[in-house]
Design a protein around this ligand. Sequence first.
Ligand code: GDP
Ligand code: ZN
Length: 309
Amino acid sequence: MLARVYKSTGSWYTVKTADGNFSVARMKGIFKIDGITSTNPVAVGDWVNLEEESGGEEGGMMITGIQDRNNYINRQSPGNKHQHHIIASNLDQSLLVATVKYPKTSQGFIDRFLVTSEAYHVPAIIVFNKTDVYKKKDLEKLQAWQQMYERVGYKIVPMSIKEGNGVEDVKQLLKNKTTLMSGHSGVGKSSFINAVFPDLVLRTQEVSDWSGKGLHTTTFAEMFDIPGGGKIIDTPGIREFGIVNIPKQELSHYFPEMLALLNECQFNNCLHINEPGCAIKQAVADGKISEDRYVSYYNIVESIEAKSY
Ligand code: GDP
Ligand code: ZN
């Protein structure tokens, strides 16, 4: 029987079978042996094979296999850089809820999110929430970011949940898709869910506190059905996707505006930092690549170098 994983605690999994019923399953021990690089062999979003546990006391369900993933998003384990944690799999897109202010989302954070999405072949959308409280300077920043990211090819939606602006646009973008939702605490993720899917929240509050406050302690990802079609994967407690498994030589592949120019660099192993004949640095100088995006690129290269010592 095929089922999809909605929640994973590391040893128990909430799965939904084709008949629409949820059940709790555990994993056959053998999977713990392979997949040494991942601390969780089964991830939210996975399609798994399910079997009735023979000889189990209550006839529990057991996961006996994992279907190949279309894609997945990965995170480095906080305590061990050699261990990875698959956050979610089989995604159609990722949604970053960001804010220019209240709280401020930094460009470095946004660009790391975008790099990770590119590296895992997940199209990314960025929503800038709370436009109702932006001052003139914040609105200018929003406009600059919107231009910068749209020029690279990303979908940007300014939004004010409070005033109802942009909310319907985002709702349409989520329809019939499996979307990984991310963003700092306080940017308005739960408010968004509340505003557009009130039924969903009623059902989910029992199992997960969308606000990320109060009694909420879990850091496990969890998937929710959107009424009318589609799924949202919430990732509480995951503030930043570490740039895992990306060699610095490859990083520019995940900046779409750089990828388009790579062939024009004089050296094919160009890091676009000090090399002569670098098409990327030339494009920055010519204003064809945003200086701010280049700074993010540079910072990520440095962080990759720092990690490899
Ligand atoms: P989460 O941590 O991302 O889930 O953020 P919440 O949904 O809990 O929102 C954090 C705070 O921001 C709450 O006090 C919300 O009422 C407020 N908030 C959310 N959206 C908006 C908005 O569009 N405008 C304003 N002014 N406040 C908002
Ligand atoms: Zn170069």
